[in-house]
Design a protein around this ligand. Structure first.
Ligand SMILES: C[S@@+](CC[C@H](N)C(=O)[O-])C[C@H]1O[C@@H](n2cnc3c(N)ncnc32)[C@H](O)[C@@H]1O
Length: 310
């Protein structure tokens, strides 16, 4: 079982009824909603789960262990599209198609005139976070951005990405420029480098405090008008902890609570269609550091204000 996983992985059938009974009533914060783990255990709140998994603030060694196991899981996985998609390599086409439609609209709105043939000073640059073997860069980002940087903590994935994106195997005017072998929780981008920071199927590895710290740091990496795209599995309620790969699937409300804490605004959200039924729902969120202008908002006029007839 891996990141692209079943909705209730390895949870015994009797559990679902138990979970319903154990589910806490409405609480003040969606992050305080209950959740489950992949072995069928229920948690009353995300704080309870995080306390157990990464320890109290300041207990660095437990958190290090969480991240060590997360990356360790992927280090044992074959460097291929099927490997990074947990045996669901066949969803690649639908995923890329959905992402492309979402991205095209964003680029048209945020960077009109952007595209392949740019003047040097108008270069479009993207960062592919948790890039795996470079699947998203190769199939999508490199076609829209003059430069793409890849960030991936597992070195044999990054090596495979470098090979498949090298200029001999992938002749293109656009290029993959930097390959950062580092995890998100330790990364700070160069100031003002990126039009788009793409974060897909990897943020579940970050604990809440590192999630918030990452997006706060990464904001400075965006150009004016720049945008984050977060594409992720969505839990129906609360969260689902995967004990095997050390990742957490959060609900839509949980994500929105985190976005608030990051100081990010929701510019657009769309559900990915066409994935197998047994998988989690997947959402694409476009997020901006600045308050988005209301779409379709008109400049204020007062057509019905009575005027003086002269
Ligand atoms: C499900 S794969 C997705 C890969 C890629 N985003 C894609 O969609 O093809 C999850 C990726 O997250 C990476 N990952 C694990 N822990 C991470 C961390 N702390 N920071 C960044 N990436 C991480 C894994 O190494 C793996 O490449």
């Amino acid at each position: 079982m891996s990141y692209l996983r079943l909705q209730l992985p390895r949870i015994p059938s009797h559990f679902q009824t138990e979970f319903k009974q154990a589910r806490p009533r409405l609480r003040a914060s969606p992050m305080e909603a209950g959740g489950v783990d992949s072995q069928g255990r229920a948690f009353a709140s995300s704080s309870e789960m995080w306390r157990e998994e990464v320890g109290e603030a300041g207990d660095g060694s437990k958190k290090e262990e969480w991240y060590r196991q997360g990356v360790g899981y992927w280090e044992a996985v074959e460097a291929s599209v099927d490997g990074v998609l947990g045996g669901y390599g066949h969803v690649n086409d639908a995923d890329i198609k959905g992402s492309e439609a979402f991205l095209k609209q964003l680029l048209a709105e945020r960077f009109p005139g952007g595209g392949r043939r740019q003047l040097k000073e108008e270069q479009l640059v993207a960062l592919d976070c948790g890039a795996g073997v470079g699947r998203i860069t190769k199939n999508l980002l490199i076609r829209y951005f003059n430069e793409v940087d890849l960030l991936e903590p597992v070195s044999h994935f990054l090596d495979a990405a470098r090979d498949s994106l090298s200029s001999e195997t992938f002749p293109s005017e656009n290029k993959a420029t930097n390959f950062f072998c580092t995890p998100l929780q330790e990364f700070s981008p160069d100031v003002g480098r990126y039009n788009v920071i793409w974060v897909q199927w990897c943020i579940g590895h970050l604990a809440d405090d590192d999630f918030i710290a990452f997006f706060k740091r990464a904001k400075v990496g965006l150009k004016p008008g720049g945008i984050f795209v977060l594409k992720e599995n969505i839990a129906r309620n609360g969260f689902v902890l995967d004990k095997e790969d050390r990742s957490v699937t959060r609900s839509d409300l949980y994500f929105k609570d985190l976005f608030n804490q990051c100081g990010l605004h929701l510019y657009r959200v769309k559900e990915q269609r066409g994935l197998p039924e047994e998988l989690f729902a997947v959402n694409m969120y476009a997020l901006t550091p600045d308050v988005p202008k209301r779409r379709g908002a008109r400049t204020r006029s007062r057509p019905n204000t009575p005027g003086i007839i002269k």
